[in-house]
Design a protein around this ligand. Structure first.
Ligand code: ADP
Ligand code: MG
Ligand code: ZN
Length: 479
């Protein structure tokens, strides 16, 4: 039996506001335990929440950027459950009147555009953090840190439109790009400010009804998301092929063992006994507010992608890589200024710059080779001062020392040799040293030109201008 994979993602992102969603405490990551707390986020009886309007602004931004309809009236609800890192015994979230609904996010899969529906976006507060004693050399205790309690989150829920782990990665990548462009979240996956749950089911190809799903919780990397989905799809396929039934449940992905494990049977909405939060009034969002936020939106990834293809005549693949993060896109646009060939600049950024960013695990802005330096270096290629080959050496040197390209070229004597009489001399030497190849060339094996160019380049330690070498060689050989 052939099965089709059906996936819906629930993505949680921590908003990078200064203060928490319902109190004035700092929302900063990395403070001492319980430093950023007050009666409201500690869940003291009698304390009252007050909504942070910046959270609403950011939720509207995210909603507009994902083509959602923004609700004119939205409200908060209590989601009741017990956990030691949730002192109130409920989370303030949104249930049936979320701030944004019916959106769409476009992804490219193998060069084909596909739209994934966004069911809803809602605002909620994060819970605190439990630290188990064994990590602190103390088997018998657990500790609770409530700095994170009350930090604002957005939850973005997709329609079950995703059909593979590859599409899931692309979808999550697009959400990350959008949120980063909007500057509403730092999307630091290692610190958990972007994490997602994957709902996964299989159905026989051609069947309309969805199969029973499982939900894999809390993945905070693209690699784990893909591996968890692939594992879960295989597990379900095995069960179905053996004639079994999938149990609807919540599972956890264990990255060390690369498998998912049952955590609990799936809870239903009624288990949480949602009810309207009595301490917060429903929020009315008028169109003036929405339009004000809309006017503040930056150019978004899809628009930038289209523009890069148009303006710089780049292949779609390049435009996709370069616009996947705003920082890389900004980097490229500074580096490409006045360059003769934008595709050459793209090759440098996608190749060398991204390699360094990855190797050193830094952001593009921290790269020792600044876009201005790369721009200067490409200027040196365009004006014939250095060859593309020497440029590799110059780039390495810039990355190592942070020196500017002109200085490196001068200090290392890397200037391209365009002095014709010198090149003629070297060409002459190569021709007299290779009488056999010359004879073959003259007999019609003109491909040998590459061999001669190589010899001259080697003799000049790569400094001769390849164009001049080519031209002079042909002149002499074709005589
Ligand atoms: P819950 O809040 O209980 O997790 P939701 O109705 O909000 O349930 O759905 C959560 C996610 O599950 C959504 O992203 C939705 O697209 C997805 N989903 C629903 N049914 C299926 C299914 N049969 N297979 C895969 N994903 C599904
Ligand atoms: Mg869920
Ligand atoms: Zn507080």
């Amino acid at each position: 039996m052939e099965y089709e994979v059906v996936i819906g993602l629930e993505v949680h992102t921590q908003l990078s506001t200064k203060s928490k969603i319902f109190c004035g405490c700092s929302a900063r990551f990395g403070a001492n335990p319980n430093e950023n707390t007050c009666p409201v986020c500690l869940g003291m009886p009698g304390s009252l929440p007050l909504l942070n309007s910046e959270v609403v602004n950011r939720a509207i931004k995210a909603g507009l950027a994902t083509n959602c309809t923004i609700a004119s009236k939205t409200k908060f609800d209590r989601k009741n459950y017990f956990y030691p890192d949730l002192p109130k015994g409920y989370q303030i979230s949104q249930y049936d009147m979320p701030i944004a609904i019916n959106g769409r996010i476009d992804i490219h899969v193998n060069g084909v555009k596909k739209s994934i529906g966004v069911t809803r976006i809602h605002m909620e507060e994060d819970a605190g953090k439990l630290i188990h004693g064994e990590n602190l050399g103390d088997q018998s205790s657990s500790y609770v840190d409530l700095n994170r309690a009350g930090v604002p989150l957005l939850e973005i829920v997709s329609e079950p439109d995703i059909r593979s782990s590859e599409e899931a990665k692309k979808y999550l990548g697009k959400i990350k790009a959008i949120l980063e462009y909007l500057d509403v979240s730092d999307c630091n996956m290692e610190e958990g400010s972007l994490r997602c749950d994957a709902n996964i089911s299989l159905r026989p190809v051609g069947r309309k009804e969805f199969g029973t799903r499982t939900e894999v919780k809390n993945m905070n990397s693209f690699r784990f998301l893909k591996r968890a989905i692939d594992y879960e799809v295989e597990r379900q396929r095995q069960i179905l092929e053996d004639g079994g039934a999938i149990i609807q449940e919540t599972r956890l992905y264990d990255s060390d063992r690369d498998m998912t494990m049952s955590m609990r049977s799936k809870e239903e909405a009624h288990d949480y006994r949602y009810f309207p939060e009595p301490d917060l009034e429903p929020l009315v969002i008028d169109s003036a507010w929405i339009e004000k936020v809309r006017a503040s939106l930056p150019e978004l990834p899809d628009a930038k992608f289209e523009r890069f293809v148009e303006q710089y005549d780049l292949p779609e693949y390049d435009a996709e890589v370069l616009t996947a993060s705003r920082q890389i896109a900004d980097y490229y646009e500074t580096a490409v200024k006045d360059a003769k060939n934008p595709k050459t600049v793209s090759n440098w950024v996608m190749g060398e710059v991204l390699r360094i960013v990855k190797e050193q695990n830094i952001s593009p802005e921290q790269c020792a080779v600044t876009p201005a330096m790369l721009n200067d270096m490409i200027g040196l290629i365009d004006t014939g001062v250095i060859s593309g080959k020497i440029a590799k050496t110059v780039f390495e040197e810039m990355a190592k020392t942070g020196a500017d390209p002109k200085t490196i070229v001068e200090q290392k004597g890397l200037v391209q040799i365009t002095d014709t009489s010198f090149i003629e001399e070297e060409v002459g030497k190569v021709i007299s040293a290779n009488p056999e190849q010359v004879a073959q060339y003259k007999a019609g094996k003109t491909k040998l030109i590459g061999y001669f160019v190589g010899q001259v380049m080697r003799a000049t330690k790569g400094k001769a201008s390849p164009e001049s070498v080519n031209r002079i060689l042909r002149q002499k050989l074709d005589q």
